[in-house]
Ligand binder design. Structure first.
Ligand SMILES: C[S@@+](CC[C@H](N)C(=O)[O-])C[C@H]1O[C@@H](n2cnc3c(N)ncnc32)[C@H](O)[C@@H]1O
Length: 487
């Protein structure tokens, strides 16, 4: 799949790419900024050029995956049933050309080929209590951190937003790194400590059995600290070396797995501190970024016209295009839910015009319900009378547009990687601006699910697995690491 590999770009080219992205996003803002639940109330279909409507109308979900998202099934021959307007073809090409490259198709990483719920690259004690997706993530990021730490001569790793400590435990008890884990939620810290103890006991038992009396070096669990990190300020605790660290000689590697929203920003800010030698960050939940404060970070992007990203845009950037394409190819029954929810929104507006986009808790087995049943259940959920008279003909007409709703949503998703690319690029440019431009500190490398080597296929796998996964991985200076083949 074509796209931009950020390592191949000079500082100037990165700035140019950011400028191009803001221009393109401004052009298509009405699509990416739209809420699909307002498909009927805001006549979203009618906002598309007529020639696009003609090209997209009547396409079923697998055709949308193949033709619009360019993700055909293995071996499928791609055939257009009509000549598409150049503007739509241009949109498709631009969306591909300006986004960081992504692994094109779902591919099970080799570690899960034998058993889909157990990574063959983690031993049983490290898999216990850890979901397969997380097994994959901690293994991937942990190994990267280890390499990065060795190359940059780091003495300690700081895992920020460590949650239950799965990554910290793997890095310390599995890879022998000295780890401080900082987590704001006291309950998670308590659970992490209990899981540390459990793992330590298991490993010690294993050692005893295997080594039969041969003395082994004591294992070192992560050092947990319960503490909220203020993203707007430098945090002493984050920079403070562990007790047994060499005096004044601590070199820190900061890492965060799914460092959501502003937590990623906190890590990036600390990178300018002299004791921080390296950074490996997997961000997520871009919609939680403060505005301003969390985005834009770089002066360059901040000064670009049209660089602002609404909540809706940032939320859209968290969706996994590849996963959605899989659902389209399978004509997953759940696809219909967008249309149902949009019909419900129309019914809500009729009943109470000032009520907009209210939260509707997941309606179980929504796609199995008839549209009218769904709407009545939805009305009840938002506190309206479920017995309100409904316009059966209108509901029927809305249901007939199910594929249009899916087509519009697919268009927005096609553009979502551009938003993610802009956010990651902004972070890169920020680091470069902090590090005296492109010069002496080297070139930061971003790896947003973008490589075709074995390891990065795996990254994409988790990205697609549940729609979040590992994305926006930064490390510095990754280029120096032998044996890590990022593009
Ligand atoms: C999405 S979870 C990821 C947890 C863990 N890294 C993982 O991948 O399993 C993000 C974690 O960061 C913590 N967190 C978020 N903001 C924080 C902050 N400002 N300071 C400390 N912890 C924070 C949350 O409590 C949460 O446990």
């Amino acid at each position: 799949m074509p796209g931009v590999s950020v390592r191949g770009l000079s500082y100037e080219e990165r700035r140019q790419l950011a400028a191009n992205l803001t221009r393109v996003l401004s052009l298509y803002r009405s699509i990416v900024d739209a809420y699909i639940i307002e498909f009927f109330t805001d006549n979203l279909w009618g906002t598309l050029p007529c020639s696009w409507q003609e090209a997209l109308d009547g396409l079923n979900p697998p055709q949308l995956a193949t033709l619009l998202l360019e993700m055909p099934r293995e071996g499928e021959v791609v055939r257009y049933r009509s000549v598409w307007p150049l503007t739509l073809l241009a949109l498709k090409s631009t969306a591909r050309a300006l986004a960081f490259t992504r692994t094109p198709r779902f591919q099970t990483p080799s570690e899960f080929l034998e058993n889909p719920s157990q990574s063959s690259r983690l031993t049983a004690p490290f898999r216990k209590h850890v979901r397969p997706k997380k097994q994959h993530e901690i293994r991937r990021l942990g190994e990267l951190v280890k390499k990065l730490s060795d190359v940059t001569g780091c003495t300690q790793v700081v895992d920020v937003g460590s949650g239950q400590g799965h990554l910290s435990r793997f890095m310390s008890l599995g890879l022998g790194l000295k780890v401080k884990s900082i987590e704001g939620d006291q309950r998670l810290v308590g659970r992490a400590r209990r899981l540390d103890q459990e793992l330590l006991q298991t490993l010690e038992k294993e050692d005893k059995r295997k080594l039969q009396g041969v003395p082994t070096a004591p294992r070192c669990s992560p050092h947990h600290v319960a503490r909220w990190v203020d993203p707007t300020a430098l945090c002493d605790e984050l920079l403070l070396p562990l007790e047994n660290a060499p005096r004044g000689g601590a070199r820190l590697l900061l890492t965060g797995l799914h460092a959501c929203g502003d937590l990623s920003v906190a890590l990036l800010r600390h990178f300018s501190c002299p004791e921080v030698a390296a950074l490996a960050l997997v961000g997520c939940c871009y919609m939680k970024l403060s505005d301003p404060g969390g985005y834009p970070l770089s002066q360059w992007v901040a000064a670009l016209p049209g660089s602002e990203l609404s909540y809706r845009l940032r939320e859209g950037a968290c969706h996994a295009l590849e996963e959605y394409a899989e659902r389209l190819q399978d004509t997953a029954p759940g696809l219909r839910t967008h249309c149902y929810r949009a019909a419900l929104e129309a019914a809500i507006r009729r009943a109470q015009p000032e009520l907009r986009r209210p939260g509707v808790q997941g309606i179980p087995r929504a796609h199995e319900a008839k549209i009218e049943q769904y709407v009545r259940r939805g009305l009840q959920r938002v506190g309206l009378d479920p017995q309100l008279p409904l316009d059966a003909a209108a509901l029927c007409a809305q249901q007939a547009q199910e594929n249009r709703v899916v087509a519009f949503f697919s268009l927005a998703l096609l553009l979502a990687p551009l938003v993610e690319t802009l956010i990651l690029l902004d972070r890169l440019l920020y680091l470069q601006e902090q590090g005296e431009g492109p010069g002496p500190r080297g070139t930061p490398t971003s790896v947003p699910t973008d490589c075709h080597c074995g390891d990065c296929q795996a990254t994409s796998f988790s990205h697609q697995w549940d729609g979040s996964g590992m994305r926006g991985l930064f490390s510095w200076p990754l280029a120096c690491i032998p044996g890590v083949h990022f593009k």
